[in-house]
Design a protein around this ligand. Sequence first.
Ligand code: ADP
Ligand code: MG
Length: 236
Amino acid sequence: RRQEEEQSLKALEQAVDAFDPTKAESFTDFPLSAPTQRGLKKASYTTPTDIQSRSLTHSLRGRDVLGAARTGSGKTLAFLLPILELLWRRRWGPQDGLGALIISPTRELAMQIFDVLRAVGQYHSFSAGLVIGGKNVRDEQERLQRMNILVATPGRLLQHMDQTAGFDADHLQVLVLDEADRILDMGFARTLNAIVAHLPKSRQTLLFSATQTQSVKDLARLSLKDPEYVSVREEG
Ligand code: ADP
Ligand code: MG
């Protein structure tokens, strides 16, 4: 059984290396693990959107991505899928702690991301939690220690990083900055910098934004390494 798992992981890694996005149409053509494929099917996602297919090509290979595409273009799955895949391929488990961190500008958006994660990740066994304030800090703290994937708003996350003994991001694999333009518009630039300073330098970072402003480019320069730029323009 163990050997079978090793072989299927090897096959998946080879499929990622050999992946030719020009020949991929539906999600089933993409090199994604069996639990992710099941989750996509169950949630009725069949065909990737432009931003999804064009960014997955790079993000599944571990590259940093700066993705720009309008609201409603499907950016959520463009970062959730690489998170699930990277943790799966690294055999991330309960003992490994925090593997992925998603920063979102508002509580409402964070909750939406969490719902999509629960749907598409339902056949994975990673633990996931929200850090968005409005709840008892203590409750949040306790759950924080055990999470593999966190969806957080910037202010509350920094509060925990400063205050929670045992909040440990030392082994973080992936950082996502979602709706980066909005995060910056809301005045969170310094908070973000302080958060990023708490995180390990060797990690994958995915930054998504509806617009590419100068401040988004500045943030990208500080938080991404040799990123692949993926920009989807409006039609017509
Ligand atoms: P954005 O973050 O770019 O504003 P979302 O990730 O919130 O976009 O997605 C917008 C809508 O499109 C959601 O209702 C989502 O369920 C739907 N959606 C995303 N990806 C797909 C897909 N591959 N196929 C069908 N619908 C999708
Ligand atoms: Mg979004």
